[in-house]
Design a protein around this ligand. Structure first.
Ligand code: FE
Length: 218
């Protein structure tokens, strides 16, 4: 079978809030789905190497903030392309820390809910945590961001640890392509109205915040 067959599966975009002993952190995943409704349970798949994985293993708690189409790409960049081990990923992101010590994201998100892990399934690379929903926001608003929207409209890509990560084709210098790709997050710049060269010198990647120098012609 070709791997492309699985690229036709649909996903959403979610921020997973976690805490370790002292501080809250968060990461981005695209694999969250409801498992049952009495009680409400959801599953999330997380790479073993993620700091958030370590936090969930320790505390048995996580939140899910459902990103909307209006959630800025920079939120995805800050939470999805850094490690909470060495950065305060929430430093520049509007969020609220719940009484349980785990954060929820307030950047035009649709809604949030808090989960307590009731069981998990291990695989060689990822753990699927199944959590019971024990609290959540009163309202749900906005249009949830799908993974396809993130790819096709925001032009983002998956970090290496995501279950849906796809290796990008190698980027070479020196050809005449009109598309520029961010070497950090995979964001593709191809605005037909403003060439990459015309962008101001202080322009930064809308996803991960890296400068123009981090881009290569595709
Ligand atoms: Fe980037």
């Amino acid at each position: 079978m070709k791997d492309e067959v699985l690229f036709k599966l649909s996903y959403g975009m979610y921020a997973i809030g976690v805490k370790d002993e002292n501080k809250p952190s968060a990461c981005i995943v695209n694999t969250v789905f409801q498992v049952t409704n009495t009680p409400n349970t959801v599953a999330v798949s997380m790479n073993h190497n993620n700091y958030s994985h370590e936090c969930i293993m320790k505390t048995g708690l996580f939140t899910v903030s459902v990103l909307s189409e209006d959630t800025p790409g920079t939120v995805i960049g800050a939470l999805g392309f850094n490690s909470g081990r060495d950065t305060d990923k929430l430093a520049n992101i509007r969020h609220k820390v719940l009484a349980e010590g785990v954060p929820v994201i307030k950047e035009n998100t649709c809604c949030w809910f808090l989960c307590k892990v009731i069981t998990s399934v291990d695989t060689p690379t990822h753990t699927v945590f199944i959590g019971e929903v024990i609290a959540g926001s009163d309202k749900a608003k906005g249009t949830p961001m799908t993974y396809d929207y993130y790819h096709s409209v925001i032009k983002g890509s998956a970090p290496r640890n995501a279950p849906t990560y796809r290796a990008a084709p190698p980027v070479e210098d020196g050809n005449d392509g009109e598309e520029w790709v961010c070497t950090v997050c995979g964001y593709l710049y191809n605005d037909p109205d403003v060439s990459f060269e015309e962008l101001p010198a202080d322009w930064v990647c809308p996803i991960c915040g890296m400068p123009k120098s981090a881009f290569k012609r595709k």
